[in-house]
Design a protein around this ligand. Structure first.
Ligand code: PLP
Length: 400
């Protein structure tokens, strides 16, 4: 049987007996029953703190937790599960990097981001620049909503030490050329970080082939629980880094005066990890694999083409950006209707979209907007969701 969004929807309790049209997947995603079951079974059958207890329950919990790490590792093509650090999400992953990698920065050094970054991949670097005296630079974007790489020497310089760019924009859906970017970063001797929060849930990612030194993403945007995310890093770099947070489990030996560190990845997982959520993420990965990541991205590509075609035919609807390589994230405004009013009218028809600045205020400023609407698709959406969205927009326009 081929890919069927309709059948997939049946696996998600939130859609049962509901006419919900959920088009806000770039914010967070719905959870299949299997993920809910695995969280429940962790708490009800194998709940004990991981890596600490010598009793059976503790080893069962640890086994499930470490098994989830292996699932993440193979999902993104890591060379070893030691390269997988569990964090609370993309935000924490990037903060970890901003703290540890900026340690040796000094005035004159540069951190390079882009104009399309989510605040999570911008504010931690602003803080790091303020702490160290380093300069924060950014690659601007073109009219099409792609990175403007026409004069790379302006941005990639010998003083560039850290480059951190989103793999996919959470506003424009642009897929950025991370391999090329990482090569340009490495030529300057800089490390390259990709914020994969909008890519890992939707496309096959192979971190080992990507050229990146670090890759980050969040569980809740890929059918998994909140409170769990991933930082992947190249093993030799992770081993050379200082820890981020201090606490239980990240140490090897502690005296009143000093401590030595546990091995990677535990060196970066201070305190009791979100092991229940990690197991839930592992189950979400099993679910995604059972459908097939290639099938999912093909489905979303078809849906995006269908949506762009329909939206382009709607009078007064303006789409922001037209990147050549893109995913199922589409931002737009309807002339004469404030996006917040539109969202409220759509809500009357049980259609959920996001409006606002999408945690990317500098990008919105470059578009001369303060608030825009956004549709974002996932595996359970289909053409009928887009049709209903368009009908509701037309109805709202008629009202105004
Ligand atoms: C959602 C998102 C983040 C932040 O993820 P959290 O899960 O909120 O930590 C960072 N970058 C991009 C591109 C995102 O879409």
């Amino acid at each position: 049987m081929g890919f069927s969004a309709k059948n997939i929807k049946k696996d998600f309790p939130i859609f049962h007996n509901s006419d919900l049209i959920y088009l806000d997947n770039a914010s967070t995603t719905q959870k299949p029953q299997t993920v809910l079951d695995s969280i429940h079974s962790m708490y009800s059958e194998t709940n004990a703190n991981v890596h600490r207890a010598l009793y059976t329950l503790g080893s069962l919990a640890t086994e499930r937790f470490e098994n989830a790490r292996m699932k993440v590792s193979s999902f993104i093509g890591a060379n070893s599960e030691k390269e997988i650090i569990f964090t609370s999400g993309t935000t924490e992953s990037i903060n970890l990097l901003a703290h540890t990698l900026s340690r040796n920065l000094k005035p004159g050094d540069e951190i390079l981001v882009s104009e399309m970054e989510h605040h999570s991949n911008l504010v931690p670097w602003q803080l790091a620049a303020n702490r160290t005296g380093a300069t924060l630079s950014y690659i601007p974007i073109t009219e099409k909503g792609e990175l403007d790489l026409s004069e790379p020497d302006l941005y990639f310089k010998p003083s560039t030490k850290i480059v951190s760019i989103s793999h996919v924009s959470n506003v424009l859906g642009t897929v950025n050329p991370i391999k090329k970017l990482s090569e340009m970063a490495h030529e300057m001797g800089a490390v390259f970080i990709a914020d994969g929060a909008q890519c890992a849930p939707h496309q096959v990612v192979n971190v080992s082939d990507s050229g990146c030194d670090f890759y980050t993403f969040s569980g809740h945007k890929m059918l998994g629980p909140t409170g769990i995310g991933v930082l992947w890093g190249k093993l030799e770099i992770l081993e050379s880094m200082e820890p981020f947070m201090g606490g239980g489990e990240m140490i090897e030996n502690v005296t009143m005066g000093s401590s030595t560190w546990n091995e990677v990845p535990y060196k970066f997982e201070a305190g009791t990890p979100n092991f229940v959520q990690a197991v839930g993420l592992g189950t979400a990965i099993d679910y995604l694999n059972s459908i097939g990541m290639n099938e999912i991205s093909e489905h979303e590509d078809k849906l995006t083409a269908y949506a762009l075609n329909k939206l382009n035919k709607l009078d007064d609807l303006q789409i922001f950006g037209s990147p050549t390589d893109r995913t199922g994230v589409i931002s737009f405004n309807v002339k004469g209707i404030h996006p917040h009013d539109l969202a409220q009218f759509l809500n009357e028809d049980n259609i959920a979209i996001r409006v606002g600045h999408h945690c990317a205020q500098p990008l919105l400023a470059s578009l001369n907007e303060t608030s825009i609407g956004r549709l974002s698709f996932y595996l359970y959406n289909d053409e009928s969701d887009i049709d209903k969205f368009c009908d509701s927009v037309i109805k709202t326009k008629d009202y105004f």
